[in-house]
Design a protein around this ligand. Sequence first.
Ligand SMILES: [Zn+2]
Ligand SMILES: [Zn+2]
Length: 328
Amino acid sequence: MQAMVLTETRKPLQKINAVDPCPGRGEVLVRVEACAVCRTDLHVADGDLPDPKLPLIPGHEIVGRVVGVGPESARFAIGDRVGIPWLGWTCGKCRYCTAGQENLCDDALFTGYTRNGGYAEWTVADERYCVPIPDWYSSAEAAPLLCAGLIGFRSLMKTGTARRIGIYGFGAAADLVTQIAIHQGREIYAFTRVGDSGGQDFARSLGARWAGSSNSVAPVELDAAIIFAPAGDLVPRALGAVRKGGVVVCGGIHMSDIPQFPYRLLWGERTVCSVANLTRKDAEDFMAIAPRVPVRAHIETFQLTDANDALDRLRSGRLKGTAVLLMP
Ligand SMILES: [Zn+2]
Ligand SMILES: [Zn+2]
């Protein structure tokens, strides 16, 4: 099979021809149809995240068809279409796994980080962590839902019943979460990079009540804020924009240092929390709601062998939607 492989961080991926993987116990062999490119892939490739498995096939927003099953694999039939997200395996025994917080398992394995991912024609996955993909979506359209969609959804759930929500950083996750939030009758206030009028127009086109630069003052007091941009200085800014009792959710896996800020910004029972990974239940809940909204990802497609180009364009902000690799 063809695959794009990270052999060393801060170096471009290399195209290789490898032996097709073989499904082990409880695993499925999947012919990959599409794999979206996530900012986390950049953090892995750039060495921002510690200890990736090397060499590594990145990619954790995989949609494909089951073409083989390993011993004792019974969940899917040949031909079923599945999604393979970031959470690839958990121990099932620790205090987190047994309390509905498998996203926090210390021994978890992550697709495209500590397990091989989907920048390849074939991949294997533990069948328990795959999610069926609704027929409503093509594989390319469904791929970005598997991370940007799921993380956005989990971030939105962390805001509880907040009605007026500020979103800082208007990329793929913000796009998808805005669609769900508006469907649920909430109001979205979009904060983009200073001067990013294109991003602000995009947010308004999705139905945001207001869009402006991240250094501007919100037009209303917010009930909650979600930060998707990896910029720590947004935390005190967002705290300053939410009302008493409000929550600021940090939705990214990596963020620059949070600067010192006065206690009064946190006072009034405001909360700051992060979203780490996702659970299988998040995936199931999201896939149930997504076609009803319907949540639509804006995508830009690339050939598998153009993965480096897709990553470069994501790094420099030159994508119009989520990059999705299509397999030959
Ligand atoms: Zn565990
Ligand atoms: Zn991701």
